[in-house]
Ligand binder design. Structure first.
Ligand SMILES: Cc1cc2nc3c(=O)[nH]c(=O)nc-3n(C[C@H](O)[C@H](O)[C@H](O)COP(=O)(O)OP(=O)(O)OC[C@H]3O[C@@H](n4cnc5c(N)ncnc54)[C@H](O)[C@@H]3O)c2cc1C
Length: 382
């Protein structure tokens, strides 16, 4: 008997969908992952392929070109990639951007962007963080000055996932610098042939090597008045806050899947690897470590599955979603570290999955709001 990590929310249709996702990953992603890791991005063709196969914007309504599914479809994609340490396509960020359009965009914005995002013709990015403002987004200095017919954007952003390949960027900027949160808006910026917009370096990170995390520069970038997300100024913080459960649960879901992937790879390895004349799996320390890890995964699965069900039912609150991000990412860090130890020196070699999982895991505690900010959010709900 082996331990069963079955999800409570899976059904037959989702199982077929999962098969399609795995096929895409095995034929289109894995063979090119080494090249993507060297280049720091996966290229546009992979996004278009994913779009052709119906693997983008799966939880966006069909009338806007999406798959008409729900968060469970997205969860399947995040899981299968995370379990294999395939970080190149930030489908999470792409989906988050699509949901900003869906939940807050004008009808014209939804029709203009969502179908192309679902086809993979344009990749979405969201640019909040700046060199001087991360956790404290009130400190954003990027300005959207009013000019005839629209706005002129000035400023710079950093650490932007999908930044290099993005066709559309949601830019958090001050439309009224005299106001705090109320003076902040989200502006929709097309990156193609836009004078004054420039993508900086693909940043050199310790992990997520295949993912294009970049700097973005806005030097008098002109956008029309209709580029304000939702068509009304000053809504930026309200829009950012509204989608937090969705964003945080993506991290919780992928954390747990990464733990499962690491656990399985480690189980296989310790059964093969011999020391002192017997498989490493037979040492009591190995058995106890893996028993602890399997227990953490099983307990975590109950909580994450509940969060998935609650999100689909529209009742996941921000504090609980923050717990999923906090607990999931902390547990992922511990588990992957312990798994790596059981690989000995091979665990430190990049060619081993567990090594990539180790460096990829570290960011989960930082992005999407740091874990310290998660504790702030949770403590406010106590
Ligand atoms: C790989 C990667 C991808 C990213 N993708 C994106 C993206 O797509 N879009 C985007 O906008 N940003 C993105 N980010 C940025 C990320 O969200 C920020 O790095 C993160 O929010 C933290 O901001 P900061 O780096 O400025 O750290 P700071 O805010 O300077 O924090 C430094 C330390 O102080 C702590 N701290 C801050 N405030 C408090 C407080 N009130 N109480 C206790 N401790 C506190 C933090 O927890 C942290 O430990 C990405 C970052 C990375 C590395």
């Amino acid at each position: 008997m082996s331990i069963d990590f079955r999800r409570s929310w899976m059904d037959e249709d989702l199982a077929l969908f999962r098969d399609n996702v795995v096929r895409f990953i095995e034929t289109e992603m894995q063979p090119h992952d080494e090249a993507a890791r060297k280049n720091g991005h996966v290229g546009h063709a992979l996004w278009r392929k994913a779009g052709e196969l119906g693997l983008l914007c799966t939880d966006i309504p069909e009338e806007y070109g999406g798959g008409g599914g729900d968060f469970r479809h997205e969860a399947v994609i995040h899981e299968e990639m995370a379990a294999r340490a395939l970080s190149g396509m930030s489908t999470g960020v792409h989906s988050i951007v699509a949901h900003y359009f869906l939940n807050h965009g004008t009808e014209e914005q939804k029709r203009r962007y969502l179908p192309r995002m679902a086809r993979g013709e344009i990749v979405g990015a969201i640019a909040m963080t700046e060199p001087g403002a991360g956790s404290d987004l009130q400190g954003v200095r990027t300005r959207a000055d009013k000019v005839e017919g629209g706005y002129a954007l000035h400023g710079s952003k950093t650490f932007i996932s999908n930044g290099f390949l993005a066709g559309v960027v949601l830019v958090v900027a001050k439309t009224d610098p005299t106001q705090g949160a109320k003076g902040t808006s989200i502006l929709v910026v097309d990156t193609q042939d836009t004078p004054g917009f420039r993508v900086g370096r693909v940043l050199d990170k310790i992990g997520l090597k295949a993912q294009d995390t970049s700097e973005l520069f806005f030097d008098d970038v002109r956008v029309p008045a209709s580029a304000v997300l939702g068509g009304k100024e000053g809504q930026g913080f309200f829009q950012l806050m509204g989608d937090l459960p969705y964003e945080r649960l993506i991290i919780g879901v992928s954390s747990l899947a990464a733990m499962e992937g690491a656990y399985r790879a480690t189980l296989d390895y310790v059964r093969e690897r011999k020391a002192f004349g017997k498989p490493v799996a037979e040492f009591q320390n190995t058995k106890f470590k893996l028993a602890e890890i399997a227990t953490q995964i099983k307990v975590g699965r109950a909580f994450i599955d509940r969060c998935v069900e609650d999100l689909v039912a529209g009742r996941l609150d921000t504090a609980t979603a923050s717990m999923a991000k906090l607990w999931g990412s902390e547990a992922q860090g511990r588990v992957v570290d312990e798994c790596l130890q059981l690989f000995g020196g091979y665990g430190y070699m990049n060619e081993y999955l567990v090594a990539r999982m180790y460096t990829d895991a570290r960011i989960q505690r930082i992005y999407g709001g740091t874990n310290e900010i998660m504790k702030e959010v949770i403590s406010r709900a106590l």
